[in-house]
Ligand binder design. Structure first.
Ligand SMILES: [Zn+2]
Length: 304
């Protein structure tokens, strides 16, 4: 058995997987965000519950939001208690077994590349468009780690001058500290910023999308600009990595019309005859965090 634990800002979900990656059970708890001891204890309790339910000592993989630095410390702003802490080492010491850890958007990419929407492709990029914009590259089933674990962090590419000038966009400072990351334009909040900037007053992305389909001018302008910026960003990924497929996840990817228009939008930013990769929506959706974490744990087990 493998336990994939998806750690979110408000809840922690454990999913128990058989060796063939079929989920046999899953349950969740509230995330303790203030006390680090309580945070580690909750992870240990979830593991103990899974052990007791299935009478095994399963392998443990954790998917967490935010970055994990070269020393193994987690940098996740929505779980303040875990910020700067080495969750992998501390949980491993507490439960007496090896623990693997990965960024949740990278877990998404690994999950989609392994039996998901990217199955059958060698070079898979998984891109989440949700509250943020993050993802990862998977080559031949293995997540590209890079030197410091930031390969494929496309949300923090700087907004191209072409896009800024074409649409006279203001520069938006990013949570990472940089002055104009594309995340501020292509994430869910970024999409809502654009609609406001172009004169819309829609309450949320679904009502904006409905207005777009109904022919609302502000909504149409918003999506034209959004898709152009996203196409430009993915064209940069294509120039650097030339993936076979980009799998889209997160709430924004569910809006009808976005994945469909992306190939042409990407090719608008590529030189002659260069082709966009295949674009598909994710297969596993919300389960990707725990499933990807379980695959990480399974791969670590095979390599040890
Ligand atoms: Zn940034």
């Amino acid at each position: 058995m493998i336990y994939g634990i998806d750690v979110g800002g408000t809840k922690i979900e454990v999913a128990v997987y058989a060796d063939d990656l079929n989920a046999v059970d899953r349950w969740r708890r509230a995330t303790p965000t203030d006390s680090y001891d309580a945070f580690i204890e909750t992870l240990a309790e979830l593991t103990a519950e899974a052990d007791a339910k299935f009478a095994v000592e399963g392998a443990v993989g954790l998917g967490i939001p935010g970055l994990i630095d070269a020393d193994g410390r987690s940098l996740c702003s929505n779980i303040p208690a875990a910020n700067g802490r080495n969750v992998r080492r501390d949980l491993s010491a507490r439960i007496g077994r090896k623990v693997t850890i990965g960024n949740d958007c990278r877990c998404f990419a690994l999950s989609e590349a392994t039996g998901g929407a990217g199955a059958g492709f060698r070079n898979v990029y998984g891109a989440v468009l949700g509250t943020g914009a993050a993802g990862g590259f998977v080559v031949d089933g293995v997540l590209e780690a890079g030197r410091q674990g930031i390969a494929g962090e496309y949300g923090h590419i700087q907004l191209p001058a072409l896009m800024q000038q074409r649409y006279d966009l203001p520069l938006r400072s990013c949570g990472c500290g940089l002055p104009s990351c594309v995340e501020g334009y292509i994430s869910g909040p970024g999409l809502m910023f654009l609609q406001q900037y172009f004169g819309g007053s829609f309450a949320d992305a679904p009502s904006l999308a409905t207005a777009w389909r109904a022919g609302d001018a502000a909504a149409a302008k918003t999506f034209d600009v959004y898709i152009d910026i996203l196409g430009s960003t993915f064209a940069t990924l294509v120039l650097l990595h030339d993936p076979d497929i980009i799998v889209l996840g997160g709430g924004v990817s569910l809006i009808d019309g976005i994945p469909e228009r992306l190939p042409a939008a990407i090719e608008n930013h590529l030189f002659n005859n260069a082709k966009a990769p295949v674009i598909r929506r994710a297969k596993f959706g919300d389960a990707s965090g725990s499933r990807g974490a379980a695959i990480l744990a399974q791969q670590a087990l095979k390599n040890s």
